[in-house]
Design a protein around this ligand. Sequence first.
Ligand code: IPM
Ligand code: MG
Length: 374
Amino acid sequence: MKKIAIMPGDGIGPEIIEEGKKVIDAACNITGLDIDWEYYNNGSEHYLKTGELITEDTLKELKKKDAIYFGAIGDPRVAPGILEKGILLKMRFYFDQYVNLRPIVSYPNVPCPLKGKTYKDINFHVIRENTEDFYIGIGGRFKGTMNKDQLEVIRDLYEVKFNMGIDIDRPEEIAYQIGMISREGSKRVIRYAFELAKKKGKKRVTSVDKANVLTNIYSLWRDVFEEVAKDYPGYETEFAFVDAITMWFVKQPQWYQVVVAPNMFGDIITDLGAMIQGGLGLAAGGNINPDGVSMFEPIHGSAPKYKGKNVSNPLATILSGVMMLETIGEPKTASLIEKAVVKVLEDGKVRTQDLGGASKTTEVGDEIVKKMKE
Ligand code: IPM
Ligand code: MG
């Protein structure tokens, strides 16, 4: 028996996660896997009603689960950052889910937006570091008089670069945000990337950074990448600057096999990755702690304007469910679902509007269930 926490969240979250659960339940019926689901209502409604994001007690309960299945977060009634940092990032950090695994994989009969490319050219994995970099939440924003400590930081920042004629003792307004990379933090995620390459029979691992400008943190990242690579002879390795890789993803996606990136660049390039694989409707993600509790979610957001319309593509969520089952050691149930997804896409009859169809969210789930039973 597997214990899974299900957190639908905001916007289209509840609709898409219900399809994910429907499909997993149907697959379990066939394979004999027993899942004990428990719902958690954290999200904007709960926050607006109670002022609570996610409590320590809830986090402790979640710690006893085999996995967390997550819908989406974000609501126009709440200022940006509150729900994201208070719930989603909170869980990623609390459970030390240091691997954000995002397959950039396409499927038959999914239109590829890149000229001259087909789904066969889009087949790689981005591993995004998930607990460091500019996501650590350290920074400040000041107006008026600053205290001595604040001044020290600002003075340093300015002396390094600008002589802008700003009175740094009394600037009009100033803000800064600090990124942090640690040797341990980089090592574990880069190692995971090489291990994934090994598992998937891939031969090339690409490291992303901006070491030509952010020389402090990304030179450490590079050093660690080179050190870890020594333990994996026989793998081709390369460095790519983040700006350049966005170009190459579009120009030559077939080059990439396994790509490992620091947190923020990983965030950015995986939205681009989602587009080349056929859209956000297909992009699955896993926040993984290989020795702890992992959380699985589509990489798209809560899409408030589609909320309750039953038109959103549930495939990203369903494919995140596949990753969840693989990660918790249920490959049979996972592959049953994945094969059915491929069949439904191949058929092309049932698909949502983002893929050029007119089917409802619920019809996609139903069709996958039907295919699994066949
Ligand atoms: C993602 C999202 C999140 C992130 C937001 C919602 C905090 O963009 O999962 O890619 O930046 O990690
Ligand atoms: Mg993102």
